[in-house]
Design a protein around this ligand. Structure first.
Ligand SMILES: Cc1ncc(COP(=O)(O)O)c(C=O)c1O
Length: 463
């Protein structure tokens, strides 16, 4: 059982009767390697360490709240993905999960490509030296200026998401006198999240062009007619935090079916397919993610089998993991400000961050675990809800967890697996100053994104 509490009844009831939760069986000081970045340990004083550096020292130097990113782990995960997919496939890191110039350099050095989905992400990638040819540009409503910037830079592919965009990209490419490689993003009628996937009826969303009803086939028809576009493949992304490969199986089958239809109608075999990202990670001990080599093997087999039965040569496969690379590599360090027991319910523990640095709990009902990071404790477990400091009762960081009953203001708490979609979705709600990201590697820590200051806030407010 994980250290996050497991309610026996409805998962997220607001009020839980006493005894509704059973205390965790295991040691509250233990660290489950599934949810923590690889170099995280406890030192002889009981403090959590990352890259050999105790969080007590890191908090003094960099303050709290702060994200600590294990660079050793990040690079190792990049290599694991690259090696698993090999030279015949491409791994594009999804920058939306977390992007900074340091991250771009690590990706470049470790041989990964990069998926960006806005002018800002593109600017960061180019500024940090990612070769444009290794960048894929996504987005359901790219502006003409963004398209122009991407085509001028020479990005390796633009993923087309609408009929309007087919024309816009072709027009910009014509103006610049180039032929822009593009893929068409299709909606395959599959939506997958965590352990479930649903096939059919998920065309009702803003991304992509639906296979059902022939929109995707029509997009291919239009793209093939335009000189400014070089149609290199089909793209599909089916969801997030996926553990079960069944959704990918349906997606691959439907994409390959489109490739066969394109061959039959146009006599063209498109050379690439991209199966998107969405691979799950362990947020709590209950999650069992697959290793990159298992994912690569499963996807390779699915695509090869489907292509064989359609009489097609196997196309080059690409994937776009974001969360699965950066998610597990970081944790957020908070300082406890108040400890408020609610008789017969639970104890509310307020920390110095909250929904401004982790919106996922409020937005997606995401589950996290938490540990006392500045010391160990032998005190009894108490059921807690870790909340932030914002003016919003939904400002919850960890909905249900156990922490030692002697927890006190000034203690440091660490929430693991916050590398993806936390800093990148951070906000200034209540004029909070967004936390820094500190990279730690073999005993050295350096800020890669600095903490915001009040001057930063006031600079934007031009009065
Ligand atoms: C097109 C596309 N690719 C890749 C990703 C990355 O997903 P994840 O971080 O879950 O791997 C997303 C996420 O929304 C996406 O929309």
């Amino acid at each position: 059982m994980s250290r996050s509490a497991h309610p026996a009844g409805p998962r997220h009831a607001d009020v839980l009767p006493e005894g509704h939760y059973s205390a965790p069986a295991e040691d509250l000081n233990a660290l489950d390697p599934k949810v923590w970045a690889r170099t995280v340990r406890r030192d002889e004083d009981g403090a959590l360490t990352v890259g050999g550096l105790p969080v007590t020292r890191l908090a003094e130097e960099f303050g709290t709240p702060a994200f600590f990113l294990d660079e050793t782990d990040f690079r190792a995960r990049c290599r694991a993905w690259r090696d698993a997919f090999g030279a015949d496939a491409d791994v594009f890191y999804a920058g939306k999960a977390f992007l900074s110039r340091a991250v771009v350099r690590w990706l470049h050095e470790e041989g990964l490509n990069l998926d960006v989905c806005s002018g800002g992400e593109l600017a960061t990638a180019l500024d940090a030296g990612m070769p444009a040819a290794r960048i894929a540009f996504h987005g359901n409503n790219k502006t003409t200026a963004e398209i122009r910037r991407a085509v001028e830079a020479g990005v390796g592919r633009i993923v087309l998401d609408s009929f309007e965009e087919i024309v816009r990209v072709a027009h910009v490419a014509d103006e610049l006198g180039v032929r822009q490689p593009v893929q068409i993003r299709v909606t395959v009628g599959v939506e997958a999240h965590t352990h479930e996937f649903i096939a059919t009826a998920h065309e009702d969303q803003k991304f992509g062009l639906a296979l059902a009803g022939g929109q995707a086939a029509e997009a291919v028809r239009r793209a093939l007619k335009l000189d400014g576009l070089e149609l290199i493949g089909i793209h599909s992304h089916i969801g997030s935090q996926i553990f079960d490969m069944a959704g990918f199986e349906v997606s691959a089958r439907r994409v390959v079916q489109l490739l066969a239809e394109v061959r039959d109608e146009h006599g063209v075999e498109l050379p690439e397919i991209d199966l998107g990202g969405g691979l799950g990670i362990a947020y709590t001990s209950d999650d069992d993610p697959r290793e990159p080599h298992e994912i690569a093997k499963a996807l390779g087999e699915i695509v090869t089998r489907e292509c064989e039965s359609a009489g097609l040569a196997t196309p080059r496969i690409s994937v776009e993991p974001g969360r699965a690379i950066v998610g597990p590599t970081a944790f957020t360090l908070y300082e406890v400000g108040t400890v408020k027991p609610l008789e017969g319910l639970r104890t509310y523990v307020s920390v110095d961050g909250g929904m401004s640095d982790n919106i996922r709990t409020a937005l997606y009902d995401a589950e996290y675990t938490v540990t006392l990071a500045s010391r160990t404790s032998d005190a009894e477990p108490m059921l807690v809800r870790v909340v932030g400091k914002h003016c919003e009762s939904g400002d919850i960081v960890v909905r249900d967890a156990f922490l030692p009953a002697d927890l006190a203001p000034g203690d440091l708490l660490a929430v693991p697996a916050t590398g993806a979609y936390c800093r990148s979705m951070a906000s200034n709600y209540n004029h909070a100053l967004r936390p820094p990201v500190v990279a730690v590697d073999e005993g050295a820590a350096r800020v890669v994104v600095r903490r915001e200051t009040e001057e930063d806030l006031l600079r934007l407010d031009v009065g």
